[in-house]
Design a protein around this ligand. Structure first.
Ligand code: GRF
Length: 218
């Protein structure tokens, strides 16, 4: 097996997706290892979870920097010092500049709680319910300067039920986020993706993570 790719997970909050990546990376055949968890908020609950799992966890408080660029330079230096090869955004609530995104082009992925390109931005579950859509879900994609855009690596779909609230729908989506993010990282870290005309192509023989949730309650 080629050496495992060194991954940093960037968070701002509870870090449940980060935990799903950490757990997946415990498998001996997983092509990536989580070497760093980094939060822009010192109070992010995910930092303690990562430390408890034996992973280096750091806070770079964006408020202590004079601006976005200075913050990102510190972030970049931290990632370089740990020889990070892939960045996973997992509930990281800071917009990243084109400068930073360019440094990680094709090597930075994000999870979004909607079936992109629908419902970019915040409050995705509320908006899906308000529109009365019957299928909702989540997307893992490569990061480009435009928010919640970028080539799609994997998606999972869930049904929207009549009795759903934003919380119940969000919980159903989150359960699939925890499945699809590790699958997407596995694919990217093993070199199974290439970007062609803005679309992700999966290499022949690579496991295909594009996923439709089988969950459909009676
Ligand atoms: C997830 O819903 C993710 O899709 C979104 O932010 C949330 C983060 O949750 N980008 P967690 O911190 O991973 O639990």
């Amino acid at each position: 097996m080629s050496p495992r790719k060194r991954v940093a997970v960037l968070i701002s909050g509870r870090g449940s997706n980060m935990t799903s990546l950490v757990e997946a990376a415990r498998a001996p055949d997983f092509p990536a290892e989580i070497v760093l968890v980094l939060s822009n908020r010192p109070d992010a609950a995910g930092l303690a979870t990562a430390r408890a799992a034996g992973i280096e966890a750091l806070a770079l408080d964006h408020k202590t920097y004079t601006g976005r660029e200075e913050f990102e330079r510190a972030l970049q230096a931290t990632l370089e010092a740990r020889r990070v090869e892939i960045v996973c955004l997992a509930g990281f609530m800071r917009l990243l500049t084109a400068w930073f995104v360019a440094r990680w082009q094709g090597r930075m992925i994000n999870i979004h709680p909607a079936l992109l390109p629908s419902y970019k931005g915040l409050h995705t579950h509320e908006r899906a319910l308000a529109d009365g859509v019957k299928i909702h879900g989540c997307t893992v994609h490569f990061v480009v300067p435009e928010m919640d855009a970028g080539p799609i690596i994997a998606q999972a779909a869930v049904p929207v039920l009549d009795a759903d609230t934003p919380d119940s729908l969000g919980a159903r989506v989150l359960a699939q986020e925890h499945v699809v993010y590790p699958l997407a990282l596995r694919l990217v870290a093993s070199g199974g993706t290439r970007i062609e005309d803005g679309r992700v192509r999966v290499a022949d023989g690579a496991e295909r993570p594009a996923l439709v949730s089988p969950f459909f309650p009676a």
